[in-house]
Write a protein that binds this ligand. Structure first.
Ligand code: NAD
Length: 276
């Protein structure tokens, strides 16, 4: 069994650096897809209330028979639930759908700045953590001003910030701020969601050829060597296995730097200011 490295979080817990994400995984197919991912070897699953597939994730986890302590499960609070009581209720409902007594990581999905209740939501997450039902708490899609406000107005520093991050869009300002404050970076859309021709870029294709690996494996390896936590998604078992088979080679410093130099503010997802 492949041993996935763990990243130490600022609250004393740790997280498997490579996991499996289920954004856009059809609820009707979730049990099959997550069961495949668990069989391939993934033990860290990233879901969210808004994905509509927490129940399928929970069924796959239960059917797998894998001991709870070997699993790392993340879910997220949706934007319409930032009020204190709504956050508590949404969290309870997520646990219920997942069939779990606790999650390993609970995130505020987006700052949703127009509603301007993310500080209130964060205080609710602090209480949820205090209750022991979320071992770690963090945020997603928070930019520097949102993080600054949490640091100024609340007690707990987020364990992670889950942001869009891939070679064309690396969010250097947010990543640097996070590093400075001990907030681990989770890279969503690590493969650019398949929305730009990432794998044809010579810096990636050449490294893939040099190591006898696929371009996707090179990009995942680049994330791991940069210290990001990643959970690439695929519905196809052979790609799940390919994306997990990244621990038998290492990119050189020059290869990592060449891929890092591909930054061009090439966001493929939504801007956090626009999501409500
Ligand atoms: P991704 O970058 O993982 O891209 C997935 C797509 O890449 C697949 O649908 C497929 O088209 C392609 N792909 C996957 N493996 C491949 C391979 N080996 N070769 C060629 N193509 C391959 O995008 P994602 O799913 O959006 O991001 C990963 C996870 O991040 C999500 O599933 C979800 O858990 C999380 N996420 C979070 C947010 C957020 O707002 N917090 C937003 C988007 C995604």
């Amino acid at each position: 069994m492949t041993s996935v490295p763990r990243i130490q979080l600022n609250d004393g817990h740790s997280i498997p650096q490579l996991g499996f994400g289920v954004f856009k995984v059809d609820p009707h197919e979730t049990v099959r897809i997550v069961s495949d991912a668990l069989e391939v070897g993934y033990r860290h699953i990233d879901t969210a209330r808004i994905y509509g597939n927490e129940a399928g994730v929970g069924t796959a986890l239960a059917e797998s028979g894998i001991p709870r302590e070997e699993l790392f499960i993340t879910t997220k609070l949706w934007n319409t639930d930032h009020g204190t009581q709504s956050a508590f209720d949404a969290f309870d409902a997520s646990l219920e759908r997942l069939g779990l007594d606790e999650v390993d990581l609970y995130l505020i999905h987006w700052p949703s700045p127009k509603g301007d209740r993310y500080v209130e939501a964060w205080k609710a997450l602090e209480q949820i953590r205090e209750s022991g039902r979320a071992r770690s708490i963090g945020v997603s899609n928070f930019l520097v001003p949102h993080l600054e406000r949490l640091l100024a107005e609340t007690d707990v520093v987020p364990a992670v910030d889950q942001i869009e991050l891939h070679p064309a869009h690396q969010q250097p300002a947010t990543a640097a701020f996070a590093e400075q404050h001990g907030i681990a970076i989770e890279a969503w859309g690590p493969l650019g969601q398949g929305k730009y021709p990432l794998f044809d870029v010579p810096e990636i294709a050449d490294a893939a050829e040099a190591h006898g690996k696929s371009p996707a494996q090179v990009v995942i390896r680049w994330h791991l060597q940069r210290g990001h936590i990643v959970f690439p998604k695929s519905n196809r078992r052979e790609r799940m296995a390919e994306n997990f088979d990244v621990f038998d080679f290492e990119l050189s410093d020059a290869e990592v730097q060449a891929i890092t130099a591909l930054e061009r503010e090439g966001r493929v997802g939504s801007h956090p200011a626009d999501v409500d």
